[in-house]
Design a protein around this ligand. Structure first.
Ligand code: NAP
Length: 261
């Protein structure tokens, strides 16, 4: 792992999540040099609190070249649990370059008393579960997967997206709300009521920012089709910014200094 000429660590944070944004100022406050990487899916990303690069690297080969050319000393994968391609690429590129990698992850949501969940393994499973008479569906799967649901055009879909869709969704009956989290229980309860939603489709994102609709569904007695997470490769998993600092200050990390944790 080539160190930068000044000998200071140089972190790459793979972001696009609340957790990455929360980590950023903590790294900056410790005087750690770090770059935030975003895929570029969102038109106006929130301020990231770190110098930011935007756009894909070009697969494993591109990320490997980036790590080498920029003398990255540590990678922190703080991407969304459904961003499986990026996480696979990070594992492969870090293995090839010898750059230490840790993932900042969040626990999945678990069903509680009062929840009415049907768990499905993936987007295709959610589409299959909606092969039923017309309902009013809150479809909380993000913009990238909407096309799959054109297989069930009988439903009326409520979409909540960060940006307005570039082209109209391929199902005829829909409502679009442009908004970004974090969302609150009272707001999401009102939303489900106002749109007379019968059923919610959600990824099991975990964390707090997107959780309100699941709590609102429980409060209103609504069923949820819950999409399980993709399987990711084994890697060091950390669950808080403090754990990231602990990992970075560990002697094996190459920083080997006390970061105050
Ligand atoms: N999937 C979700 O439900 C979801 C929800 C909220 C936020 N996000 C965020 O949105 C981004 C894209 O998610 P996705 O599910 O489309 O990812 P993905 O399917 O795992 O990644 C597809 C490709 O997008 C590029 N990419 C993804 N994350 C990147 C990052 N942080 N920096 C630079 N390039 C990145 C990579 O392109 P190259 O191969 O060219 O390097 C990657 O191979 C992620 O940063 C994720 O944290 C995703």
């Amino acid at each position: 792992m080539p160190m930068p000429p000044d000998g200071r660590p140089n972190l790459l944070v793979l972001g696009g999540t609340t957790e990455a944004r929360q980590l950023a100022p903590i790294l900056a406050d410790r005087g750690l040099r770090a770059t935030m990487s975003l895929a570029g899916r969102v038109q106006r990303p929130a301020h990231q609190g770190l110098p930011t690069r935007v756009g894909g690297f070009g697969g494993v080969a591109g990320l490997t070249a980036y790590l080498t050319q920029n003398r990255v000393t540590h990678v922190i994968d703080a991407t969304h649990p459904f961003a499986a391609q990026m996480s696979h690429n990070a594992v492969a590129a870090c293995a090839q370059t010898g750059v230490p990698l840790a993932a900042l992850t969040r626990a999945p949501w678990g069903a509680q008393s009062g929840d009415d969940w049907t768990r499905v393994p993936d987007i295709a499973g959610a589409v299959a579960a909606l092969d039923c008479p017309a309902r009013r569906v809150m479809l909380a799967v993000g913009r990238m997967h909407l096309d799959a649901f054109t297989a069930n055009p009988q439903h009326r879909y409520l979409l909540r997206l960060v940006d307005p869709p570039e082209k109209p969704p391929g199902f005829p009956r829909h409502d679009v709300i442009v908004d970004r989290g974090p969302f609150k229980l009272d707001g999401d309860t009102r939303l489900l009521r106002d749109h007379r939603i019968d059923i919610i489709v959600s990824k099991n994102a975990g964390g707090s920012g997107a959780r309100a609709k699941i709590d609102a569904a429980r409060a209103l007695g609504l069923p949820v089709i819950m999409i399980d997470r993709p399987v990711l490769p084994a890697r060091t998993e950390l669950h808080s910014p403090e754990e990231v600092l602990g990992w970075l200050s560990h002697a094996d990390s190459g920083i080997g200094t006390d970061l105050g944790v």
